[in-house]
Design a protein around this ligand. Structure first.
Ligand code: HEM
Length: 525
């Protein structure tokens, strides 16, 4: 009897709520009717948020509104709306959300989460011009090349020993090492801490979304955040102090001596520079390192507003390389075509390099097609800083915005046979063939768009195609299922492409394979 009374109370509360809201918010984009007290529309969402929002958009249209707990959200899933939100009204959606974990672990002043203003402009400029500018990317080319060689060497070793390799893990290790060394000059030590932090960024902290729980640490997040903060802080403090000591003794990396300066050197120069536009201090440096170190934090920032929904983050570049590889293993004819292109342009006498990639249009088309079908960051997320009007709807200040780029990549209104992996679409003469990934073509936004677009785009577009090309050039793969059996025939074509919930959209299962070396290559890994 009591249970019945309770249920009727909940239902009546929900109904009243729905009516009250309808009356109050007529200018908001359409919204699913059943909004519950406390949780809002969260009961409509499954673990793969971008897929849940995609399904809702099929019912409610390309723009609709929701409530995550007490937080208002708007979801957009058409290129036309993406342009209005991220370009035309860019300044209204220039901020990201700051959750408890983000605030503490990014020192509340990272590039990714900093409010739009002088400080953000300064670090963005520094990032684009120096840290991730073409000169810096070029100076670390040897590092990427060596890591690729190390990775290929490992595959070759396993191939000769007829042993399987967890390609997912090895790709992650590779891209993590590259970023760590670019930032700190050290690879191993940062990785474990980074993993812990990205994991907590990917978990859903109810206190961030449901106001009655705001002050309660129901899931013990506070202690975990603090532990991670201390570990990271100790690590970076040690690296910075060591570097400062070396610089005092005149033992820093000297460019005039041909030494490569990592990001830390560049940042320490800025701290010492009296004439710097904006003074940065040690706290800013740690925050910046954090936002670059954590690729998932980079990703996290993308998902910043509701990152807690997601599980541990993973690396965007590793994810995209893996998705491309999986699609090529599923489509051997496309793999063959890509390999022939590499053989024709590069030959069999040398390993393909980054400098070869602009001459490999089919490879570039594969990378774009991968970003279309499997964007590593499936949604661009922002926060509305000033109320604005889109398509006659009002979007109030503080609304969270989700631009569902995953959904746009699969929209039959913009792509022919959108669920098929067909790199050829990007080689067509005409509009489709001209589409690129740098935020100007709103049907394909893997790196976002506008002032808050990903500053790592140039690095990623150097590293991912070259790594993929090297793998294609050197190996075939026999995929192993969860029982250790090699997949054959139809089972290869039907390799599982489900996604894992998280900040990013990696494959649900690790890619485990027996690598097979290609014969007749005249260089050794
Ligand atoms: C395949 C690789 C990558 C993908 C798909 C990707 C995707 C994204 C996306 C979608 C955003 C949000 C953009 C927006 O809000 O409009 C973003 C932001 C960001 N990304 Fe990436 N990213 C990648 C690699 C990287 C790398 C390698 C770095 C740095 C080393 C990086 C650093 C950042 C930073 C700092 C931001 C925040 C920018 C800001 O708020 O101003 N990303 N990324």
């Amino acid at each position: 009897m009591e249970a019945l009374l309770f249920v009727s109370f909940l239902v009546s509360a929900a109904v009243c709520y729905v009516f009250l809201l309808r009356g109050k918010q007529q200018n908001l984009p359409p919204s699913p009717a059943l909004r519950l007290p406390l949780v809002g529309h969260m009961h409509l969402l499954g673990p793969l948020l971008h897929q849940s929002l995609h399904r809702l958009s099929l019912r409610h249209g390309p723009i609709f509104s929701l409530r995550f707990g007490s937080v208002p959200c708007v979801v957009a899933s058409s290129p036309h709306l993406a342009k209005q939100l991220l370009h035309t009204n860019e300044l209204a959606f220039i901020r990201r959300i700051e959750t408890t974990a983000v605030k503490r672990l990014t020192y509340d002043s990272s590039l990714a989460f900093a409010p739009y203003g002088d400080y953000w402009r300064f670090i963005k400029k520094l990032s684009m011009n120096q840290l991730l500018g073409s000169r810096s990317i070029a100076s670390f080319q040897h590092l990427r090349h060596n890591e690729t060689r190390r990775f290929l060497g490992l595959l070759a070793q396993r191939a000769r020993a007829h042993e399987s390799v967890n390609v997912t893990e090895e790709l992650l290790k590779l891209t993590n090492n590259v970023i760590s060394v670019m930032m700190l000059g050290e690879a191993e030590e940062a990785r474990d801490v980074v993993r812990g932090v990205t994991q907590i960024f990917g978990e859903f902290n109810v206190s961030d979304f449901i106001w009655v729980f705001k002050k309660l640490d129901l899931q013990g997040f506070g202690k975990r955040i603090e532990d991670l903060f201390q570990k990271f802080d100790t690590l970076v403090e040690r690296v910075i102090s060591k570097r400062e000591e070396m610089r005092k003794k005149g033992m820093g990396n000297d460019e005039s001596q041909g030494q490569v300066r990592d990001f830390l050197d560049i940042l320490l120069d800025c701290v010492q520079d009296e004439n710097s536009e904006v003074k940065i201090n040690r706290v800013h440096i740690k925050a910046l390192i954090m936002s670059y170190q954590l690729k998932s934090s980079l990703i996290t920032l993308c998902y910043s507003l509701i990152q807690d929904f997601f599980t541990a983050g993973t690396d965007t570049q590793a994810i995209s390389t893996e998705w491309a590889l999986v699609e090529l293993i599923k489509n051997p004819l496309l793999l063959q075509k890509a390999r022939e292109e590499i053989d024709n342009v590069v030959g069999k006498g040398k390993l393909v390099e980054e400098s070869d990639c602009p001459n490999l249009p089919y490879l570039q088309a594969i990378v774009k097609e991968t970003f279309r079908l499997h964007p590593p960051v499936p949604m661009v997320t922002r926060r509305c800083v000033t109320s604005c009007s889109i398509e006659n709807y009002v979007i109030p200040e503080n609304t969270l915005l989700f631009v569902n780029i995953w959904s746009m990549g699969r929209d039959p209104n913009y792509w022919e046979n959108p669920l098929e992996f067909r790199p050829e679409r990007f080689l067509k003469v005409g509009e489709e063939g001209q589409i690129d990934v740098r935020g100007q073509h709103f049907q394909l936004l893997p790196f976002g768009s506008g002032r808050r677009m990903c500053p790592g785009v140039s690095l990623a577009m150097q590293e991912v195609p070259a790594l993929l090309a090297a793998i294609i050039q050197c190996f075939d793969f026999q995929v192993v299922d969860s029982n250790g059996e090699v997949l054959k025939g139809e089972n290869v074509v039907n390799i599982d492409v489900s996604e894992r919930p998280g900040l990013t959209a990696p494959r649900a299962h690790d890619l485990v394979c027996f690598p097979v070396e290609r014969p007749n290559l005249n260089f050794r890994n």
